[in-house]
Design a protein around this ligand. Structure first.
Ligand SMILES: [Zn+2]
Length: 268
């Protein structure tokens, strides 16, 4: 997306309790970085992980795919610091993973369960995690744009719902932002092939939208990726209003500081 380089990506099986890890095969000794909250080093243009001088960028859509499909363990091998943006959605990642199939592993699965709500607020933006006995997410976005305005989408996260309702939703940007990023050397690989681009009144992509509310569905995708950095699945209901990667990251900090609000549980 930002470097404009060709990238190779291979998702390999991994044993129980391995988690999601990224391996940089282009660096000496092929170092790995775990896809967990404490390794997040930047959230300004994309979610970037870093550990001991090794970085891996634009992980959010692949992390969302793992979260949406219930993949706990995988080794992601790549030869660049930036994962490929594909078509701006998680559709290709989802199809590739479902194409080879998932394996059930012989280990108990750990979850976070929520005792009392955890809130992160700033003006009219918020993230709240409520107790629930399954993983649900509800997002609201609000943009002063005639094609977006206010949109809300709610989902009980299952592999089926994720695959059909969320994985095809593409990232979006405003034309003036794209121009600005390109002027400063970012978004070199950015085009109408990998994002919805809107100007003041219309959508520039010839084929239009995949869903009338594709914008908020993509927000759900981003949030799934961000919250998966907690490291193990959550049983709870996440509600977000006007959140973004940096704001979600702020919520995760709060989550880990309010240890009385959650506990871990293993379920077969
Ligand atoms: Zn995104």
């Amino acid at each position: 997306m930002h470097s404009g380089k060709e990238v190779h990506l291979c998702v390999r099986p991994a044993p129980p309790n391995h988690g999601i890890r990224f391996r940089r095969s282009d660096l000496p000794n092929s170092p790995t970085v775990s896809g967990i909250f404490r390794n997040v080093v930047d959230t300004s243009l994309a979610t970037v992980l870093g550990s001991e001088g090794v970085i891996i960028s634009t992980i959010e859509h692949l992390m969302a795919t793992f979260a949406g499909l219930g993949v706990d363990n995988a080794l992601v091998e790549t030869d660049s610091y930036e994962l490929p943006i594909m078509d701006g959605s998680a559709r290709h990642f989802t199809e590739m993973i479902l194409g080879v199939g998932l394996a059930r592993q012989g280990a108990l699965r750990a979850y976070f369960t929520v005792n009392e709500p955890i809130e992160h607020r700033q003006g009219d933006r918020w993230v709240i995690l409520h107790p629930a006995d399954r993983f649900e997410i509800s997002c609201t976005i609000s943009f002063p744009h005639p094609l977006i305005k206010e949109q809300t989408f709610s989902l009980g996260v299952t592999p089926e719902e994720f695959t059909s309702l969320i994985s095809p939703a593409r990232t979006f940007g405003f034309l003036h932002e794209v121009d600005y990023l390109k002027r400063y050397g970012f978004a070199k690989g950015g085009s109408l092939e990998n994002a919805i681009v809107v100007d003041e009144t219309s959508i520039l992509n010839e084929d239009g939208l995949r869903f009338p509310d594709e914008f908020v569905r993509h927000k759900i995708l981003d949030c799934l990726g961000d919250f998966s950095l907690i490291g193990i699945p959550i049983l709870g209901r996440i509600e977000t209003h006007k959140s973004g990667h940096a704001f979600n990251h702020g919520f995760l900090e709060k989550f880990f500081s309010q240890k009385e609000c959650w506990r871990t549980r293993t379920i077969e």
